[in-house]
Write a protein that binds this ligand. Sequence first.
Ligand code: UGA
Length: 464
Amino acid sequence: MKIAIIGTGYVGLTTAVVLAYLNHDVAAVDKDEGKLNLLHEGKSPIHEPGIQSLLTEVQHTIRFTPSVADVVPEAELILIAVGTPPKKNGEADTQHVEQAAKEVAQVCLPDRHYTLVVKSTVPIGTNQRVAEVVASVFSERGLRGNVSIASNPEFLQEGLALQGAFYPDRIVVGANSDEAIDTLRRLYKPILEQTFDPPSEFPRPSAYPLPPMMTTDPNSAEMIKYAANTFLALKISFINEIAGLCEEVEADVTEVARGIGLDARIGSRFLQAGLGWGGSCYPKDTAALLGVAAQSGYRMPITEAARTVNFRQRERVVEKLHNALGTLNGKTVGILGLAFKPNTDDVREAPALDIVRALIAAGATVRAHDPIAIANARRALSGLQTPTTENQTNNRLSFTEDVYELPYDADALVLITEWDFYHRLELRRLAKQMKTPILIDGRNVYSPEEARAAGFHYIGIGRF
Ligand code: UGA
């Protein structure tokens, strides 16, 4: 099938590469020249396990272009996967989606039928709005409508994006036309029937059941995306709230999570207590859902509470550090992990950013490590490295690529991102170099006994 994808971010690029791997004829559009230059050289602009090798494998069958007019007229199916950044009031801004729809409608050929699919995460009612935008361009052009609109929300997790694309739990399609549903069923046939040869890096999981394609109306499909993310976000916030109480009553939240997760109705995934959620999805999508609710005059206290609990985790860790050290002023703190989660260099809404800012504001000196996210974190925190004199920057924030430089003269270490690499650290070597060997394990990565045996004063989340 001839497919045009608008946007080459995490969703657009992953989808493009996977659909090309499944032998579809894929062209992807992006206006960002820097990204396009990289893609033309066969390089992935995003860090995602496996994407580079898959891109290399399909690069001769996939086209990248800045022009919608180059690829849309000949396409049968057009996927919109552009960003929906938050507005100041938290609502998702759909202007890029609408603009993309407009540009698509301007170049559609009158004698062809198209299926236009919205993959971006959008407020409920956006598909309807996209249909109106398309209809208005068509009427300006004096043409009759020949575009079916569908919602096809994406559920990929950063760091696991390709795995999720080849082996999804489900595919959701919201459409009012049978034609659009049939086209999407044809698009996803190799995935729905698992008829493709798995790429070597992504073998089919054993006992993987064929995924269902659920069809529904567009508004419900849009709501499914927000409800899924909000539910996962509140599951994490729930266990973090329990973790706080565990600390008060000397219970161990990892044991509690194990015990409740064994109940099949609850399930064990997304019950890891820690520093809470960050990234480009849960913070933005929970706020956007509250925005949708506010427009209807409806209150969502559970969603509000999930956000409150989540952001409190970041403050609580700074309080813990303060309590352990007496003061933060003049202390040196080493940070293990800047990315919002492992296997990505993404620091958007990462807990590390708020924690570093709070530590610097309290007068501490911060030295931070991450296996791959230093460049992005440096950019995100650049405001903190304010020049003190003409050539000198404020050196209370620095970054190191050598994790064993972190503890040197440090008063405490805080683990923020649970990279696999940190599981294998020589704890004794780290503790030995520190002024005071305090370890705040923000993701409960280490066993308290092991850390204490290595010489640390160990403080986890919801453990004693
Ligand atoms: C999330 C959803 O999992 C995807 O299904 C969805 O498609 C995506 O948002 C999106 O809307 O685009 P993502 O944000 O990439 O994916 O990452 P998650 O793996 O869900 O983790 C989000 C945050 O929750 C991370 O900061 C992680 O550290 C935290 N988390 C996760 C916990 O604190 N505890 C857990 O048990 C699990």
